[in-house]
Design a protein around this ligand. Structure first.
Ligand code: HEM
Length: 157
């Protein structure tokens, strides 16, 4: 039962978080381009961005909690096993470590984007450009994480 709940929460969190990034890039950003007043653009992006940021972090924390639970209940691997060299010798182990390295990078990048660059983007064209770049890099990282999650399911790279 614990595995089923953890996998459900893990997958629904990934769907929300990554789906939200895709929605911002593919739907919200093109809509904002149709607006003439830059103040309107910044205001809408800040409201949508702040609301998404709140639930995005709920999703990230849920992924970071359910991930180790799945690892343990599905594969019997405690978190300490991630650092074990014998795990890295297998293709599945290398796939997991690559996924977790990408997860560490995206969490740091999301922290910088959401709590340093993003809030400054409203009053600075420079930070606004920076925020867009961060947003797009995070989307690519997130899609890479899902590719490695699927490779995990398929037994490794
Ligand atoms: C940003 C964070 C993460 C995202 C977006 C993510 C995404 C996913 C997705 C979409 C799946 C379903 C793939 C499938 O089962 O076919 C999955 C499965 C899994 N994830 Fe994550 N994950 C993240 C973090 C983690 C962490 C931190 C861990 C472990 C510490 C982890 C361990 C696993 C495991 C063990 C599976 C099951 C793989 C299998 O089905 O064999 N994930 N992840």
């Amino acid at each position: 039962m614990l595995l089923k709940v953890a996998l459900f929460l893990h997958i629904i969190s990934a769907i929300f978080w990554i789906g939200g990034m895709l929605f911002l890039v593919a739907v919200v950003a093109p809509y904002l381009k149709t607006l003439s007043d830059p103040k309107d653009k910044a205001k809408i992006y800040q409201i949508v961005g702040t609301q998404y940021r709140k639930w995005g972090w709920v999703a990230i924390i849920t992924l970071l909690v359910t991930g180790p639970v799945i690892l343990y209940t599905l594969y019997g691997l405690p978190p300490s096993a991630i650092a074990d060299p014998s795990l890295h010798a297998s293709s599945w182990g290398r796939t997991l470590v690559t996924k977790l390295t990408l997860v560490a990078i995206i969490v740091i990048s999301a922290l910088v984007h959401d709590f340093w660059v993003g809030p400054r983007a409203r009053n600075s064209p420079g930070f606004s450009k920076f925020a867009r770049l961060f947003g797009r890099v995070n989307l690519i990282l997130a899609l890479l994480i899902v590719i490695f999650a699927v490779l995990l399911r398929a037994g490794g790279m």
